[in-house]
Design a protein around this ligand. Structure first.
Ligand code: GLN
Length: 303
């Protein structure tokens, strides 16, 4: 199978899905993105990197950042984190408040916003320069020393971040934040506003396909930790459509409202797709379609 022509073929078909979705506009800084953009990249464990369409164009990684803060917190703190955040699918939208009251401030999983805020809070306690640690990790793994936060997007989200502020305050009221709400939110908005391309994200996620090994061969996660992060991505990475994503794509995946999806084929490769037009759950329509086609045509999946 010729991977490049497969990717080009997928791009020509999946990009048409943009017409059926809607760009995220609850963060005004994201609303200007052209919904018809489409890119896809594959990074293999053998070191090959290829892509199609807008695969080198940076976009806002948004909730894909939650994977990276989770792995850094786990690498530093091990299993202790799981006493403050669960690992069950929520079946609710990513920014929902409803379960938190019943479950006494313990978020269902690290990929809904409440869970990601707890993970960020833990990282802030563990690392003096938590944001610097995240950025240097992403720069190193992607091989892009200049990647950074888009300050405009971060500011725009902070100005409209009432729901995330509500989640953080609510968890603080249950004693599930160690740092001030303002500090946690500031870090969270900046991590979501990091701009990376499909190529950068596929490279940065490759350690999950390498069972925890980083680009330079050093170990970030144990094979068991990498397996678990992949499992949580499969069950919770696309929120209330995680079941449908698993059904169609059959891979661990993490979406963001910037339109990106990072997906992992353990032992083989890491994939990133970008199409800014979203379904109602906040996941890229063209992105899911492209990953569905990719796993169907290649037969590469965890199942
Ligand atoms: N920054 C976004 C938010 O908190 C991330 C949501 C997402 O990408 N699903 O609303």
């Amino acid at each position: 199978m010729h991977l490049q022509s497969l990717l080009d073929d997928i791009a020509s078909k999946s990009s048409a899905l943009a017409a059926k979705g809607k760009v995220a506009d609850y963060i005004p800084g994201l609303a200007q993105v052209d919904p018809n953009r489409f890119g896809m990249a594959v990074a293999t464990v053998e070191g090959e990197l290829l892509g199609t369409g807008d695969w080198l164009v940076p976009f806002s990684i948004q909730s894909i950042s939650k994977v990276f803060t989770l792995v850094l917190a786990l690498a530093l703190d091990g299993d202790k984190l799981w006493s403050r955040v669960g690992r069950e699918p929520s079946g609710d939208p990513f920014n929902s408040l409803v379960q938190l009251e019943h479950e006494r401030g313990i978020p269902r999983n690290p990929f809904i916003n409440a869970g990601a805020l707890v993970v960020t809070d833990r990282l802030l306690s563990l690392e003096e320069d938590a944001f610097g640690t995240l950025l240097s990790f992403l720069r190193h793994e992607s091989g892009q020393p200049d990647l950074d936060t888009d300050q405009e997007v971060a500011r725009s989200e902070a100005e409209h971040g009432h729901r995330n502020a509500a989640l953080a305050h609510f968890m603080a009221s249950f004693g599930n934040l160690e740092n001030s709400v303002d500090r946690v939110l500031d870090h969270y908005f900046r991590q979501c506003a990091i701009a990376m391309s499909c190529a950068d994200l596929a490279e940065a996620g490759l350690f999950l396909a390498r069972h925890g090994l980083r680009r330079d061969g050093s170990r970030l996660l144990s094979p068991s930790q990498a397996k678990r992060v992949n499992a949580v991505m499969l069950t919770c990475g696309t929120y209330d459509t995680a079941g449908d994503f698993a059904f169609r794509v059959g891979l661990p995946g993490k979406s963001g409202v910037g339109g990106g999806i990072l997906a992992i084929i353990p032992g083989r490769c890491s994939l990133c797709v970008w199409g800014p037009a979203l379904d109602p759950s906040g996941t890229s329509l063209a992105g899911v379609d492209a990953l569905d086609r990719f796993t169907t045509l290649t037969g590469w999946s965890v199942f």
